[in-house]
Design a protein around this ligand. Structure first.
Ligand code: PMP
Ligand code: GLU
Length: 401
């Protein structure tokens, strides 16, 4: 081997998750005593509800601390099946469900299971930061489908059709979206499903924010409108966001049995079962009282209104009203080309750096999501903190010349 080149090719171009990197930087500065307003993390600020914690404590006391089935305990897969039936009106047996160490590992396993080197996965832009890296790690090629702020970041079906080739294996949908908060409508989902059925590819629907919607409607995905597409659809979801359980690391996939079997096989050779105690906690989350979800969603809704109204009141910012999740994605491009102390703001990276250094606000540059015109702010934090951040933002932007 060439000792001067000790790492595998696949990691040489791999960048660490930018969302986790900004959050880690903000937390490190805070630990050093800096007064940082952290609007970067995609993580609810609420504590995990008590009844969920109690289930985990009981699991430890009862000695539920050994390996479980690789795909997760039967009761949890049954509870996931019930949730999918309740929300999407589709039946999934326990053999069509695998529980993983977070939604992220579920998505990773899913791509490893269906993507061959040289095949293509269509990713609407803006996208969640990890999709392109996961596709590339599976040997596939991300194919980008641009959407626009003016059209509410909706998918243009004829544009999608023009990107489909013989190599297309899948499209990844994320609705409500991280980072835009946009929700796909029935017409879009029917259009994507029709193409998937006619041309033969998978729809991976990342529903991790499905219960964090502000229109009062219950969760919807492509199967709510086209149940006959079931064999083409792989659902990725988890408990991190809905139940404020980011650290517990429980997510899941539901889909055609061969895909689930393959993802489980990959899991059996990599991480084995997800944490047994966290599985019991996730079971309590899915089967216990759901008032905690309603309360958190109501708080996000109030914060959303506050942050978006304040952002749009600043000259030069244009921000759509998010329909779900807990992010807003304002267009900041009118500030590009301006300078501070002779340093030019060329794009979202420089703007995010400027805001961190001069205003002590942590946020994620739009380029991390594939669109440099924007910045992502998370409003999964206390309204007082958001207010302080916006005061600082307004003042910092007014100092650019
Ligand atoms: N998908 C999206 C769009 C996300 O924002 C996240 C948050 N990290 C995930 C999947 C995975 O979440 P987790 O691994 O915490 O379940
Ligand atoms: N999904 C969250 C975010 O986008 C958490 C960070 C991550 O997993 O990348 O901020």
């Amino acid at each position: 081997m060439n000792w001067n080149n000790p790492l595998a090719k696949r990691v040489l171009d791999l960048k660490p998750s930018p969302t986790l990197a900004v959050d880690a930087k903000a937390k490190a500065l805070k630990a050093k005593g800096e007064d940082i307003v952290n609007l970067s993390a995609g993580e609810p600020d609420f504590d995990t509800p008590d009844h969920i914690k109690e289930a985990a404590i009981s699991a430890i006391r009862d000695g539920f601390t050994k390996y479980t089935a690789v795909a997760g305990i039967v009761e949890l897969r049954e509870a996931i099946g019930k949730k999918l039936k309740r929300d999407y009106k589709i039946e999934y047996s326990i053999d069509e469900i695998v529980v993983s160490t977070g939604g992220k590992q579920g998505l990773f396993n899913c791509l490893q299971a269906i993507v061959d080197p040289g095949t293509e996965v269509i990713i609407p832009v803006p996208y969640w930061v990890s999709y392109p890296a996961m596709v590339e790690l599976s040997g596939g090629k991300p194919v980008y489908l641009k959407t626009t702020q003016e059209n509410g970041f909706a998918i243009d079906i004829s544009k999608l059709e023009s990107l489909i080739t013989k190599k297309t294996r899948a499209i990844i949908l994320n609705s409500p979206s991280n980072p835009t908060g946009a929700v796909y409508n029935e017409e879009t989902l029917k259009g994507v499903a029709e193409l998937a059925i006619n041309k033969g590819f998978y729809i991976i629907t990342d529903d991790i924010y499905d219960e964090i919607r502000f229109d009062g409607r219950s969760p919807e995905n492509v199967l709510s409108f086209v149940p006959e597409a079931k064999e083409h659809v792989i659902i990725a979801n988890g408990v991190s966001k809905t139940y404020s359980m980011t650290g517990w690391r429980i997510g899941y996939l539901a889909g055609p049995q061969p895909v689930i079997k393959a993802a489980t096989k990959i899991q059996s050779q990599s991480t084995s079962n997800p944490n047994s105690i966290a599985q019991k906690a996730a079971l309590a989350a899915l089967t216990g009282p759901q008032d905690c979800v309603k309360e958190m969603v109501a708080a996000f809704k109030e914060r959303r209104k506050f942050i978006v109204e304040r952002l749009n009141a600043i000259d030069g910012i244009r921000c759509n009203m998010p329909e779900g999740a807990f992010y807003c994605f304002p267009n900041m491009s009118s500030f590009y080309g301006k300078s501070f102390n002779g340093k030019k703001i060329e794009g979202s990276l420089e703007l995010a750096d400027y805001l961190l250094e001069e205003a002590k606000i942590a946020c994620v540059p739009g380029i991390a999501f594939g669109d440099d015109e924007f910045i992502r702010f998370s409003y999964a934090t206390d309204i007082k903190v958001i207010e302080k951040g916006l005061d600082r933002l307004e003042s910092a932007l007014s100092r650019l010349e």
